[in-house]
Design a protein around this ligand. Structure first.
Ligand code: GPU
Length: 806
């Protein structure tokens, strides 16, 4: 086996990379290994494809504008059971696997939780043997690279594709035309039926690239099919010949802009026309592709819902409802009712947020200019939908306003959430609380008209990447204590609970954690220059920078703790390292100020000799999947402190608890289900509940009360806004803090005291030693339910109607 791998790698190095192994760089070795691994994945993929086609199996299509994959080499090798073999082969060749692995750039085709969820789902679908395609965009540039300069975030373009990627196959035979703009022609057939033909004003080619997604033990391999935009004509020769070089390639630039950049906005639609072009581009290509596959195999389109399930990952691909209707009506000549029955039986939609500013809408003018025929279809859909609503609730004309796909208030808009809801047979939220809130708030009236459509599917994470690959030390313990089958069946992790009080096990768990923390401390020193003690409590908040996630609450507590330590330096403080990482959307001013505040506090605290090593503050730049893989196994405390009702689920919360971090958190998103699984005694819950948050919001209760009631809070707000941490620019944080003194939309001030108190409970528990490790073990033991295999099995059974044996 090892010798086979060795010759495969050498053969790739010589014949595909084109290098003499004696002169190969780490990146060359990565290429050779990836190409050798891809060969094996591809053989599995082709096998599976034959089976699916011949057995008439139903396929799942996961449409997502984001797939946040990260590095792939370890994932692919490990899932093919080849990791040890390749590691040994490289060692024989005198090459260090770690260096080879690290030479791979992250595929960062996503912003945060939503994109990472799509990547976990692709891996779980392949693991469960579900024939699935992921469809998305092959962005030339993924999420921007974050550099911290003088404490401020700067954004630089990300370049994962500049040297190509060894994982993908260009499918030269899979190219589709995607149209934009133009006009719609209406005519009446001799039989008296009105038909419509769209004449786009512009056409772009969608070219496809497939990347194999390998399931655990290579059970199946599914394609992730990403579309790249190409101009139909690369050059306008008549302009080129006249010397107008820029004009000659301007069509090309305009077309290729579609797949150039990932939009870096997270949960705030940018509303720009290019974004709608991206959405329609990949949706149209994907639907043309899957319809032509269906017709090739089954002939007739009426059987589509039995053979295909299409999942919309949030509303970003929701224009698919209108595009499917257009294809069935205009291109395939089906009557409306049949087209609608096929469409709504095939689609389902996942909602990932209820934040009002994050619900996607498009001004009618923009929509009409870009997609005139689709707007027409949406009007038709909406008329029928409103008729049905009127019939069901004749006494409630105002209900029509909330369920309409067209928002009639200030400037008419298409509401993509309503479109996705109306055109789907199943709509799901991503945690129990979130789904409950969907039924009560945003989709309340739609839920009354279609009461069976909303379901819950609590998110999950793939244990292969987030436990086995990233935390081999902990995995080794689990195999020994719970049995080797733990890597196939996470449910047996539960066996750990019986040993939670065993001091030998506790010692081993602590030793693994310490080793992981030592590794993280090294990364922290390399990237920030700050030296931290691996024996201290590692307190971690890693996620996109967002006001609702309340990094500011964490920083205010840090500032208050700093003051308390200075005031009483000889008390029995718990040595802590506060670790924060995350990117802010480039245009999100407050989020960028919060990053600056983190770095300013770090400057002051880390250089104050009075604090000694009791408190260190670290902002790690350029958070991404690869950095998460180092931070998560090293965390002691997981910060999940969003305002109740605002975090749809969270998935980092699951990764951290699975790796033995205790959670300090609000009753929000999946935190509630984590508490239900690990038990109240093994989690630090604080803060307002969802009901208390809405009570305050409804009464307009503002920050004044909380500030007046808490001298510590008043003090820390004054310190930050008074320039305590920004002596070079004392007014720097006045506006940020004034936001808390006024509306305080995210109720930071209301939760401050209860958060501070919860942190002191954390200190006490950490100082007690044994109970902390016990709790950590109980956390690990009770996380099996959060495997994305469980989540995907639920989608398969309850939404897609696809067989699955888990
Ligand atoms: N989420 Br909408 C994103 O990461 N990006 C988005 O644009 C939207 C939602 C997140 C939610 O904030 C998080 O709570 C959830 O766990 C995740 O999606 C996956 O469902």
């Amino acid at each position: 086996m090892v010798s086979e791998a060795k010759s495969a790698i050498i053969s790739k190095m010589t014949l595909s990379v084109g290098k003499d192994p004696a002169f190969a760089t780490d990146y060359d070795w990565f290429l050779a290994c990836a190409l050798a691994a891809r060969d094996r994945a591809t053989l599995r993929f082709l096998e599976g494809k034959r089976v699916t086609a011949s057995d008439g199996k139903k396929r799942v299509y996961y449409l997502s504008l984001e797939f946040l994959i990260g590095r792939q080499l370890t994932d692919v090798l490990s899932n093919l059971s080849l990791l040890d073999v390749f590691r040994a082969a490289l060692e024989d060749l005198g090459v260090d696997y770690e260096r080879v692995r690290s030479a791979e750039p992250d595929a960062a085709l996503g912003n945060g939780g939503l994109g990472r969820l799509a990547a976990c789902f692709m891996e779980s679908m392949a693991t469960l043997g579900i024939p699935a395609y992921g469809y998305g965009i092959r962005y030339d540039h993924g999420l921007f690279r974050q550099v911290i300069y003088d404490g401020w975030q700067e954004e630089y373009p990300e370049d994962w594709l500049s040297f190509g990627t060894p994982w993908e196959f260009l499918r030269t035979d899979v190219v589709f035309n995607v149209g934009f703009g133009g006009s719609v022609e209406t005519y009446v057939t001799p039989a008296g039926i009105t038909r419509y033909t769209w004449h786009p004003g512009e056409v772009v080619h969608a070219v496809s690239y497939d990347t194999p997604m390998v399931g655990w033990r290579g059970r199946s391999v599914n394609p992730l099919r990403l579309w790249s935009a190409r101009a139909v004509d690369p050059l306008r020769l008549e302009l080129f010949n006249r010397g107008d070089f820029a004009g000659a390639s301007s069509d090309q630039a305009r077309a290729e802009a579609i797949s150039k950049f990932l939009y870096p906005s997270d949960e705030t639609p940018s509303g720009q026309e290019l974004r709608l072009r991206q959405e329609y581009f990949f949706v149209s290509a994907s639907l043309q592709d899957l319809l032509s596959r269906h017709r090739r195999i089954y002939g007739d389109l009426h059987s589509l819902p039995e053979r295909a399930a299409i999942q919309l990952n949030d509303t970003h691909p929701a224009v698919a409802i209108a595009e499917m209707m257009r294809l069935l009506l205009d291109e395939h000549g089906l009557p409306w009712n049949e087209a609608w029955a096929i469409t709504s039986a095939t689609f389902s939609y996942t909602n990932h947020t209820l934040l009002p500013e994050a619900l996607e809408t498009w001004p009618l003018a923009v929509f009409e200019r870009l997609l005139p025929r689709h707007l027409q279809i949406i009007y038709f859909i909406n008329n029928l939908h409103l008729e049905a609503a009127k019939k069901a609730f004749p006494e409630e004309p105002e209900l029509l306003r909330s369920v309409s796909i067209i928002d009639e208030r200030d400037g008419r808009k298409v509401r993509m959430g309503q479109l996705a809801f109306v055109g789907s047979h199943a709509i799901n939220g991503v945690s129990a609380l979130h789904t409950d809130l969907m039924r009560k708030t945003t989709f309340r009236d739609l839920n009354r008209i279609y009461p069976d459509r909303i379901q819950n599917k609590t998110n999950g994470i793939t244990f292969r990447r987030w436990l086995h690959q990233s935390n081999p030390g902990l995995t080794a313990i689990l195999k020994e204590v719970c049995g080797a089958e733990v890597v196939d069946n996470p449910e047996v992790i539960e066996r750990l609970a019986a040993h939670a009080g065993d001091s030998a096990l506790q010692d081993r768990i602590r030793a693994v954690k310490l080793a992981n923390k030592t590794a993280l401390a090294k990364v922290i020193a390399e990237r920030t220059g700050v030296r931290v003690d691996p024996a201290a409590l590692f307190d971690v908040q890693i996620k996109r920078m967002h006001e609702y996630k309340r990094q500011l609450l964490n920083l205010l507590e840090t500032a208050a703790l700093y003051d308390a330590i200075r005031a009483n330096p000889d008390a029995d403080w718990t040595p802590r390292v506060k670790i924060m990482a995350g990117k802010a959307a480039a245009s999100y001013v407050n989020a960028k100020f919060i990053i600056k505040l983190a770095n300013d506090i770090a400057q002051v605290v880390n250089n104050d000799p009075a604090v000694r090593d009791l408190l260190k503050v670290v902002f790690l730049p350029n958070y991404n999947v690869s950095l998460a893989e180092v931070i998560i196994p090293a965390a002691d405390l997981s910060e999940q402190i969003s305002t109740a009702g605002m975090e749809a689920s969270g998935t980092g919360n699951m990764k951290l608890a699975l790796n033995g971090a205790l959670t300090i958190g609000t009753l929000d998103g999946a935190n509630i289900e984590i508490r239900d699984n690990v038990g109240n005694d093994n989690i630090f819950i604080f803060g307002l509940t969802t009901d208390e948050v809405s009570y305050r919001r409804e009464r307009g209760i503002t920050a004044g009360q909380a500030i007046a009631a808490s001298p510590m809070l008043a003090g820390v707000l004054n310190a930050v806004s008074g320039g305590r941490f920004s002596p070079d620019d004392p007014g720097r944080f006045v506006q940020l803090i004034d936001g808390l003194r006024g509306a305080d939309r995210y109720m930071v001030t209301d939760d401050f005291d209860s958060y501070y108190a919860a942190q002191r409970r954390v200190d006490a528990c950490w100082n007690s030693g044994e109970p902390w490790t016990r709790s950590a073990i109980i956390n690990i033991a009770n996380m099996a339910w959060f495997s994305s295999d469980r989540t995907i099995a639920e989608y398969a059974r309850e939404i897609w109607n696809v067989p699955v044996d888990l």
